[in-house]
Design a protein around this ligand. Sequence first.
Ligand SMILES: *Cc1c(COP(=O)(O)O)cnc(C)c1O
Length: 402
Amino acid sequence: MSDLVLRAAELDAADELGKLRAQFVLDAASDDAADTAGVYLDGNSLGALPAAVPAHVADVIAREWGQLRIRSWTESGWWEAPERIGDLIAPLVGAAAGQIVVGDSTSVNVFKAVVGAVRLAGAGRDEILVDEATFPTDGYIAESAARMTGCTVRPVPVASMAAEAGPRTAAVLINHVDYRSGRLHDLPSLTAAVQAAGALVVWDLCHSAGALPVGLDAHGVDLAVGCTYKFLNGGPGSPAYLYVAARHQSAFDSPLPGWNSHVEPFGMRPEFVPVDGARRGRVGTPDILSMAALEAALSVWDGVGVDAVRAKSLALTDFFLECVAAYVPEGRVSVLTPLEHDSRGSQVALRCADASSVMAELIERGVVGDFRAPDVLRFGFTPLYLGFADVERAARVLSEVL
Ligand SMILES: *Cc1c(COP(=O)(O)O)cnc(C)c1O
């Protein structure tokens, strides 16, 4: 056995989070099958299924919907689900209760947050800065939000965002972790710099929440959004979330006021009067079945500290890079992900010439990552259900394919 196989076994034996793997539905990997079992490195696109989800969703369907029907809006806690589940996400992103509401997609929440931020910034500021390498949907929505609010959008590299934010800047939208390269941006210093320029910052946490500490409250973030189907394992299309810092809530003016954010939703009044608190970020009727899956999925986090998850995430990506360096012929791939821990999310992106066909072959052989045009192999590392032996095997299969 190679050194790296032995090292993987030692690292797995010492891994406190390794026991959480049993809480997920993964490929059957008995000891003798371990060398041929699949390795799922796409949990940053769609998290694996937590074992608690199917029974809970079945109960919500059969009993809460099937038997209690309309009574479940009160008796089964359906009405408060967006705030209740928001409070389950809060500790994972360093937020006190009452500031996060779950619902709608990330795209829709980007719209609420960016328009809300421009309105909070007040008159005299007419520009929105957007992370130049942003996930496209954020950019499209910022562009439309700008047109609606009389602003212009200026795409800026995150590295120069602090210098570019100025007296005209109303809002700045940044992806915490770059979805393509896996680069982690410095949330504390960027937040402080944007605010020093008098603007508000909106962080998109899609690729960081559930993988590393975010510290929304500690760093005084204004607004944030994120999805729940990546590192939070909420299931395909599970609802996203919106964070509005408590100090902004009473002035937060949502561009999508709906009856769910009305102070008296069942008053059915013609004039809109917004409710206080996180519920102000809601729009219409919550998608209860998706919320049910997400709520059960979040139970995996009971007693799990984000710092431990971060430590394991870095150990996994370090080990993967080490295995790739040892196994893959020199020059065949180049590492796009920053090597410094401070700048690394929970993924490794490798650039290689025929990336699309390489990834197709990897998936064929059970190592599931994804391909991002034009030439990037992307591997996501999910500390709750991935072990070091998986990482070693993935690098070994990659070297065989290459
Ligand atoms: C995954 C992701 C999204 C997805 O938005 P949806 O509305 O859920 O499709 C948005 N922004 C970033 C940065 C992402 O990584």
